[in-house]
Design a protein around this ligand. Structure first.
Ligand code: SF4
Length: 374
């Protein structure tokens, strides 16, 4: 399957809610997250630090550690044979049979994620033999070498310890390890944060090449919206623990229906467009223990109206395949409210630039031809 062949539903996340239990009470880190992922699809998850991105992805695999607890919702995994499993109520033993075999994760720091006192080959063998007890040492060694070679790592590195490899090589080894059992989904939590931009591009080329060849779906978490725009079929934007907008990546870039999405987009310079002043996002992300009333983004939002400080927006369909949580998309609620910052493209308006040259030169965010990364 190629990454173009986005298939049937693989994962349904319904009202997933995660709390951190503290002495001062429960802090809601992920609040009723809802989305669906299809086979072979790449979903990018973006948002500032503390928005709940990593908590969401670890909760999908039930890998969160105390004091984080899943407070509600479902994570329904659709197996290849058509069966479906809700991962939330499953026991650790049941989850172990699914994790890595069908749903894998690549953590942020390769140095911490790899076992420093085991050679790479042994670490592959641990994973492979756990899910294929009859696999021999020679077979697992060959499989490990094949997977490393697919990621552009020399086969003899199977005998290396993690400290004998560069940061980029360790990160690619982790990605190979995640693919050991041919999973349906690989969650990648900021896999390129610790490497330089050249290595970042090399790693992403390898990821897309592997994804095209093996057909797994990806949930990719990063702060780097520009990277996600090139990589993802769809984007989910998180703020204060909530998904505030989700839809096709090119659509969210061209016509964001949430001012936070627009602000994120306008916080990085387009590579191929005329220079412009970066607007940034004023203020800081809210304290999850003390969220403002109404819309959590209201204190920072350039389009906030009086009612935004009172009423929480509903997460509703605002265009085909696009959902957003902003009152500007609820005309019946905002009728009569003073409007501010009307130049932001929300609720189906055209992109903000009225300069046709600038508009035509804007960063090309159409789902990328994987060949461009090869
Ligand atoms: Fe801004 Fe109001 Fe929309 Fe919140 S609901 S994002 S404050 S316009």
């Amino acid at each position: 399957m190629s990454r173009r062949d986005v298939g049937e539903v693989l994962l349904e996340v319904k009202d997933l809610t995660v709390d951190y239990l503290t002495l001062k009470g429960a802090v809601r880190a992920v609040d009723t997250a809802n989305f669906t992922l299809r086979r072979g699809e790449i979903l990018g998850v973006a948002g500032e630090s503390g928005s709940g991105k990593s908590t969401l992805t670890t909760a999908i695999l039930r890998l969160q550690r105390p004091p984080a607890v899943t407070a509600g919702g479902q994570v329904i995994y659709h197996h290849r044979d058509g069966a479906a499993t809700d991962l939330v109520p499953r026991t650790d033993k049941e989850l172990r049979s699914i994790r890595w075999d069908q749903l894998a994760i690549v953590m942020q720091s390769a140095m911490d994620a790899l076992n420093p006192v085991k050679r790479l080959g042994e670490q592959f063998r641990d994973v492979l033999q756990l899910h294929n007890p009859k696999m021999s040492k020679d077979e697992s060694n060959t499989r490990a070498q094949d997977l490393l070679a697919m990621s552009g790592i020399p086969r003899d590195r199977v005998n290396s310890y993690p400290h004998e490899m560069s940061g980029g090589m360790r990160q690619r080894s982790l990605i190979s390890l995640a693919l050991a059992c041919d999973p349906d989904l690989v969650i990648m939590d900021e896999p390129t944060t610790a490497v330089d931009v050249v290595m970042q591009r090399t790693i992403m080329s390898q990821v897309l090449r592997l994804q095209r060849r093996l057909g797994f779906a990806i949930i990719f978490v990063t702060h780097d919206l520009s990277l996600l725009l090139e990589l993802s079929d769809r984007l989910a934007i998180m703020y204060a623990g909530k998904i505030v907008e989700i839809g096709p990546a090119s659509e969210l870039y061209a016509t964001p229906r949430h001012p936070y999405t627009a602000a994120l987009r306008d916080s990085f310079p387009p590579l191929f467009a005329p220079l412009k002043v970066m607007s940034g996002i004023p203020g800081a992300a809210p304290d999850l223990m003390d969220l403002p009333p109404g819309c959590a983004f209201a204190p920072r939002c350039p389009r906030a109206m009086p009612i935004c400080h009172e009423q929480e927006p509903a997460f509703i369909e605002v265009a085909p395949a696009v959902r957003a949580a902003c009152l500007l998309n609820q005309p019946e609620v905002v009728a009569g409210q003073p409007t501010i910052g009307a130049s932001l493209p929300v609720a189906g308006e055209a992109p903000s630039s009225d300069d046709p040259e600038e508009a035509s030169l804007a960063l090309d965010t159409t789902p990328r031809d994987p060949g461009g990364w090869s």
